[in-house]
Design a protein. Structure first.
Length: 143
């Protein structure tokens, strides 16, 4: 990712509620938003780059993120605006700091998984409006 570039999810991931026959893992983030992870959709859209090793972190990332960023986006081919919620957190994995960014397309008080990435630098994901910070009481966190 080049400097100044904003992180965006892989556009191949299917977004939306779980279709019949597929199970959804429903979590609640610190702001009260429901986030639905459709496991089959996540596995289907993962590139073969080793990201599957980090699937176990997704529950913690949604329920206890360091930050949640919200970015309004224009929906392709429409005048509608959608909101992308980005969950950001650093983890120590095998002695190295690893940033994990999960995005979810928000619809009302629900959000649906759109993609996730493992990054060395989480700063490009910090775009839009800060909605939650675990360390800043102005954004719902504790000091």
């Amino acid at each position: 990712m080049s400097e100044g570039e904003v992180w965006m999810p892989d556009p191949l991931c299917r977004v939306g509620p779980a279709p019949d026959g597929e199970s959804a893992h429903v979590l609640r983030d610190p702001t009260g938003h429901r986030v639905e992870l459709v496991i089959e959709a996540i596995v289907d859209c993962l590139p073969a780059d080793g990201r599957e090793r980090y699937l176990a972190f997704l529950t913690d990332l949604i329920e206890k993120p360091e930050e949640i960023w919200v970015m309004p986006l224009k929906k392709a081919g429409s005048r509608a605006t959608l909101f992308l919620r980005k969950y950001v957190k650093l983890y120590e994995v095998e002695g190295k700091n690893v940033g994990i960014v999960l995005s979810a397309e928000a619809s009302g008080t629900n959000a649906y998984f759109a993609g996730f990435d493992v990054v060395e630098d989480i700063n490009p994901a910090r775009a839009g409006f800060l909605r939650y910070s675990a360390t800043d009481p102005r954004y719902g966190g504790v000091s």
